[in-house]
Design a protein around this ligand. Structure first.
Ligand code: AMP
Ligand code: FE
Ligand code: FE
Ligand code: ZN
Length: 286
């Protein structure tokens, strides 16, 4: 069984439609794919409608969270995957609406600051590129590529959209422990996405993982393209110590990133079965 538990569609910052994504997943020889768009479950329905024979879809999402250390120290952004939630769970639905609204305001402010400085992109253009999606930096990046300001999405992230850029603004994220509790309350299974993806910025220590585990975290995404081998080994030890599942994925974003669907890491069938067994919000669809 080939199982990829983390992908993005045009419902967030991927470039494949949900229908295109499930087709690409099957073409890549996957048996199971999870659709985990940022702060939304809106892509699930179209993915289910277009599901090819032989492919199982796991409905999921990737929540933007923040680890706030109990000692009041600096907070760190992190991502939390939530699998098989009930998308109609009232508190989850309200929270996702708020997160997406906040993303939209932040993308508009970042874009407007660039426009004001003479960078030749406009909010109208970014709004068109992010229509129907959870707006994020990748949409601004595509506008910058369209305008010829940079040659690639990667270059946009390395320059104008970098977290140290004057145009950057942090997102308003959910507290990580609240995120774990929210996914669980919605019948879902919370898994810490790419916990040690150092290339994206600061990462949390084992204390954060331990606190999240105590709040109900079910697993760690270990075999992820942004993890070096030493970090994978560390995370395997941590997962064993804390009784957490180990998952793997591509974190496919279409042409916004180089990794192909099913081409990053994969999840072992036993971990997948255990994950499904812990869910009560929705079922995988075949
Ligand atoms: P945001 O959530 O708006 O701060 O943007 C971060 C998102 O951009 C994450 O979901 C990443 O998947 C994506 N991302 C980060 N770095 C890159 C990159 N170099 N190229 C394309 N996408 C990226
Ligand atoms: Fe993304
Ligand atoms: Fe992520
Ligand atoms: Zn992701």
């Amino acid at each position: 069984m080939r199982i990829d538990l983390h992908t993005h569609s045009t419902a967030s910052d991927g470039t494949d439609s949900p229908a295109g994504l499930v087709a690409a997943a099957r073409a890549a020889g996957l048996d199971v794919v999870a659709l985990t768009d940022h702060d939304t479950t809106v892509g699930w329905a179209a993915a289910i409608d277009a599901l090819p024979a032989g492919l199982t879809l796991v409905g999921g999402l990737e929540l933007s969270c923040r680890w706030n250390p109990p000692d009041g120290g600096r907070s760190t952004e992190l991502h939390l995957l939530g699998y098989l939630v009930d998308p109609a769970h009232p508190e989850l639905a309200v929270t996702l609406d708020a997160l997406r609204a906040s993303r939209l305001g932040r993308a508009e402010r970042m874009t407007d600051r660039m426009t004001a400085d003479g960078v030749p992109i406009t909010w109208a253009q970014v709004a068109r590129l992010s229509e129907g999606a959870s707006a994020g930096r990748p949409h601004i990046a595509r506008a910058l590529v369209e305008a010829g300001v940079v040659g690639s999405v990667d270059e946009a992230f390395a320059t104008l959209l970098n977290s140290r850029s004057p145009y950057h603004e942090p997102k308003e994220d959910l507290d990580a422990l609240d995120g774990v509790r929210l996914v669980t309350a919605a019948g879902g299974v919370p898994v810490f996405a790419h916990p040690l993806a150092r290339s994206r910025g600061r990462v949390v220590g084992d204390d954060a993982v331990t606190a999240m585990a105590a709040a109900g975290l079910a697993g760690l995404e270990i075999d992820h393209p942004d993890h070096v081998e030493a970090d994978r080994e560390h995370l395997r030890g941590l997962a064993a110590d804390l009784g957490l599942l180990a998952t793997g994925s591509s974190d496919y974003h279409g042409t916004n990133k180089r990794v192909r669907v099913g081409g990053g890491g994969l999840t072992a069938p036993e971990a997948y079965e255990a994950l499904v067994a812990r869910s009560s919000g929705s079922r995988p669809v075949t």
